[in-house]
Design a protein around this ligand. Structure first.
Ligand code: FAD
Length: 501
């Protein structure tokens, strides 16, 4: 690694307050980065009575949040869940999140998030977010369409989770003109931040934190249109700059297994870990830095594919196919080294429809092999004799009885694969799309305070959203990033706003 490359993965050292000649801006709370986390933080701090100054690298803000599909994981009995006829309670949500977001979850954060989810729903709707009151039928799709605000966005109905917690759909999606719209969600949140009184300064890159002699964070060094600027934060700095999916050097150093997938975050966002590196430069600890949300969406818009079977390079099944696409990405990439195929028969296979222009529903289908018999298929794929053919024989025998004794796929998806030809859809890394964003970040309390390596709180320093390690510690369900971002942004800002100046 060259010196220049290494600097992109190293901490950005904090500046001593003694070296600051004069402050260009003085405020209570400085928020760095205006995505969903930063906007929520700005609203919360400003409504708590703090003077808030937001610096944003881009010309207007929005970040990855504006590019997202605007699903927020909320539950515990929200008005939308009730309107769609679903019972849920915070305890079931807590149990599900602990089971699905690990290993290594922060139980205190999940407890707070689950218990506060209905309140958070009201906070969002109170600031202009709207969810349309209809449910996406699980067997048909998990892709919200016009008028459908609620869907399953996780593995709640799949084994083993359905035995751990009572399933409920918790994906709450913001729609604009019938389409999922992170852009619209961000317009609403950014307008609310301005309305609350936050000052928003675009074209400004946060570079380093400023610390006093005790190590407390007292300000930020930024670059505004090429000029250095010093911002004094009387109560605290909240880092909300997103993750590090675009920083190849950080990925190489902290999360080499994530170098294969591609980030859907636009290059202009520059998800480069700058907030994490600033926090580390003020002695903040970074944790779970190898964690990422990896999505393999082979059944997102093609639910019938769940009737197929997933096999590894040895022709063995390794998972129940009905777990959610984010579980699939992680399991395929991290446990099967990205060497997996979906086996379907003629009754299931559906090529992408001509003119299908929704990039989320369409999928790049590369067919690795087609054959009339299982034996021919395994030979074509270069698998050992009696590997895939044996797997199929066992699967078919039980599927005919509506059973899956090995992996417990829900019976609604079980059918023998016996209508030739058989096909192997190529789901190997490099042959289909694995989407990535990072989950590791600064170590924070449930109140968003950043801790050092010994667990001591660093006064004046807060982090949230993908700049911190949050609810999705390692495992991920759709909506948990924006749910966590909006909620943790609020928690961090509330802590900063009430800290004495
Ligand atoms: C295509 C796509 C679909 C997705 N769909 C969903 C979904 O439906 N639900 C879900 O939960 N998650 C989804 N995600 C993930 C989710 O969008 C992100 O994880 C989340 O938006 C991160 O929010 P954030 O506030 O932490 O960062 P961001 O939204 O990226 O905001 C960070 C902001 O900080 C700015 N910034 C960065 N560095 C600096 C600096 N040094 N100084 C000043 N400003 C800086 C950036 O310009 C940016 O505006 C999706 C992601 C993508 C790409």
């Amino acid at each position: 690694m060259s010196e220049n490359e290494a600097s992109k993965s190293h901490a950005s050292p904090a500046l001593s307050e003694r070296e600051v000649q004069a402050w260009d801006v003085e405020t209570d709370v400085v928020v760095v980065g205006l995505g969903a986390t930063g906007a929520s933080a700005a609203i919360e701090a400003a409504e708590a009575g703090a003077a808030v100054h937001v610096v944003e690298r881009g010309w207007r803000g929005g970040g990855a949040s504006a590019e997202s599909t605007a699903q927020l994981y909320l539950g515990g009995g929200t008005p939308l869940q009730k309107a769609c006829g679903f019972d849920d309670d915070p305890e079931e949500m807590y149990k599900y999140l602990v089971a699905s977001c690990g290993p290594g979850v922060d139980e205190a954060k999940i407890r707070q998030y689950s218990d506060s989810s209905v309140d958070h729903y009201h906070w969002l709707t109170g600031h202009g977010i709207h969810f349309e009151p209809a449910f996406v039928p699980y067997e048909v799709s998990t892709h919200p369409g016009p008028g459908q605000g609620l869907s399953y966005t996780g593995s709640e109905r799949a084994h083993p989770f359905c035995e751990i917690a009572k399933p409920a759909p918790r994906g709450h999606t913001v729609l604009k003109d019938g389409k999922m719209s992170g852009e619209f969600m961000m317009q609403v949140l950014m307008a609310a931040a301005q309305e609350a009184g936050a000052v928003i300064q675009p074209d400004t890159d946060g570079e380093r934190l400023v610390v006093d002699a005790s190590g407390a964070v007292v300000g930020l060094v930024a670059r505004f249109r090429g000029e250095r600027q010093y911002l004094r934060a009387r109560r605290g700095v909240v880092l909300t700059t997103g993750g590090f999916a675009h920083n190849e050097e950080m990925l190489r150093r902290y999360a080499p297994a994530l170098l294969g997938p591609t980030s859907p975050i636009g290059p202009e966002i520059g998800d480069d870990g700058s907030g994490i590196r600033m926090g580390m430069g003020a002695q903040g600890a970074a944790v779970r830095m190898d964690a990422g949300c990896v999505t393999l969406g082979f059944a997102y818009g093609h639910r019938d594919n769940l009737r197929g079977i997933l096999v590894n390079a040895q022709g063995q099944r390794y998972v129940n196919e009905d777990v959610y696409q984010t579980n699939h990405g992680q399991i395929a990439l991290l446990e099967q080294k990205g060497q997996v195929y979906l086996i379907v028969d003629d009754s299931i296979y559906s090529p992408p429809a001509a003119g299908e222009d929704d990039e989320l529903v369409s999928w790049d289908v590369e067919v690795a092999a087609v054959a009339e018999t299982p034996e021919e298929l395994e030979a074509e794929l270069g698998m050992p004799p009696r590997s895939l053919s044996h797997t199929l024989a066992v699967y078919n025998e039980f599927a005919a009885k509506g059973e899956d004794p090995y992996f417990h796929k829900e019976s609604v998806w079980l059918q023998p694969l016996q209508s030739p030809p058989l096909a192997a859809i190529d789901l190997r890394v490099g042959h289909t799309y694995y989407a990535l964003f990072t989950l590791g970040g600064l170590h924070t309390t449930p109140g968003g305070e950043v801790m050092d390596v010994e667990g001591n709180i660093i006064p004046g320093l807060y982090a949230a959203g993908r700049t911190a390690s949050g609810i999705p510690a390692q495992g991920y369900n759709s909506g948990l990033s924006l749910g966590d971002c909006t909620f943790s942004g609020r928690m961090a800002a509330a802590s900063a706003a009430k800290r004495s100046a």
